[in-house]
Design a protein around this ligand. Structure first.
Ligand code: NAD
Length: 335
């Protein structure tokens, strides 16, 4: 019995490793995300039933993939983790119950609800208001140095606005390709007989991870900030207890923040927000694959902490799958 479970675990890990390599390293997935998520969930459930068989290198214990050597490496002073997923309201309620129990709280939580942008996580470092470095998430601890490429994204300020800027500010967010730019770029490639991209996520990842920043500069990339990493700030402008307020401060410093972000009170309001964004998904200017629901209070976030590869205070409530494997396999695309 255990022997067959060990074998099943090995097979699942091997499969997921290979898919992750194609997705993160080659920017060339061979599998729809929904199918990857299904196998990942299967692995999580098997490991939950047999915790003694969890290995440190299991995909459930790791974030992303190690940086590739063609780029310089950047060590993240605060690690860039992944997110746990919920696939239905029941799983969201379980998340909400877990955090209430852990904090021993009976009152409703404030949640910050944010579209889950389908792009690439990056960390951008400002020193005394000037952009000095940008890196991919990589394996969460070490990312790839993509400073020159990020500097070509027009929405990313090279200098923060205002007089009271922090000595150090690391902004975390998503680089993505808005749908209009993606379609125009593919139409042009098609008319010129060139290869086209399979989807905006891979177009964004492939465009950003170019050795020649002139190529990145031609790609219609966009950035939305969604978190703060390392910070050294005497102005006190970030000294509040609300994640949402911090995002609004980033906006004041000139960083783009997604206009769909909402601060709500309680789990039911968070679910309504999820439903509202799901209903309007097709009308948005960019692709999203869910809503990230975060406990807003930073003191509560700190008390909740992290598990292996994700914070306990946030969940990615994924939308039902809409992509098809055929759409991936039918199309060749460039990186
Ligand atoms: P994830 O994409 O499920 O969640 C974490 C990421 O969400 C963050 O790193 C960040 O980039 C992003 N994000 C977007 N908006 C955000 C916001 N407002 N706040 C915080 N984060 C936000 O986790 P992951 O570990 O990056 O990737 C796992 C996912 O990648 C899987 O669920 C799967 O769908 C996909 N994947 C697919 C394949 C494949 O072969 N198709 C392979 C590997 C991974």
């Amino acid at each position: 019995m255990t022997q067959s479970i060990v074998l099943q675990l090995q097979q699942l890990r091997q499969q997921l490793e290979e898919y992750s390599y194609q997705y993160y390293v080659l920017d060339n997935p061979s599998m729809p995300d929904a199918e990857y998520d299904r196998l990942y969930r299967q692995l999580q459930q098997l490991e939950a039933a047999h915790p003694e068989l969890i290995t440190a290198d299991s995909p459930t214990q790791r974030v992303g993939a190690a940086p590739i050597s063609k780029f310089g490496q950047v060590a993240h002073s605060i690690s860039m983790l992944s997110l746990d997923n919920a696939f239905d309201a029941g799983e969201f309620h379980a998340f909400s119950k877990r955090i209430a129990e852990r904090l021993d709280a009976s009152a409703e939580f404030s949640f910050c609800c944010e579209p889950k942008l389908d792009g690439l996580a990056v960390s951008i470092r400002y020193e005394n208001g000037l952009l000095v470095q940008a890196a991919t998430r990589g394996d969460g601890y070490t990312g790839e140095d993509i400073t020159s490429n990020v500097k070509t994204i027009r929405a990313v300020p090279l200098k923060l606005k205002g007089d009271k800027v922090p000595a150090v500010l690391e902004v975390r967010g998503e680089v993505f390709m808005p749908l209009a730019g993606f379609t125009a770029m593919n139409d042009k490639a098609r008319s010129e007989g060139e290869k086209i991209f399979a989807n905006p996520r891979n177009a964004a990842a492939g465009s950003l991870r170019q050795l020649d920043p002139k190529i990145s500069a031609q790609r219609p990339l966009m950035f939305y900030a969604y978190a703060v990493g390392a910070v050294d700030d005497v102005s006190g402008l970030l000294d509040n207890h609300s994640h949402h307020q911090r995002l609004m401060q980033l906006k004041d410093w000139g960083l783009p923040v997604c206009p769909e972000i909402r601060l709500v009170s309680g789990g039911e309001a968070a679910l309504e927000c999820y439903q509202d964004i799901l209903t309007r998904r097709a009308a948005l200017a960019y692709e999203i694959d869910g809503v990230v629901i975060k406990v807003d209070n930073l003191t509560q976030q700190q008390a909740l902490g992290f598990v292996a590869r994700a914070p306990r205070w946030a969940i990615a409530f994924k939308f039902p799958a809409q992509e098809m494997l055929t759409s991936l396999l039918d199309v060749e695309f460039q990186v």
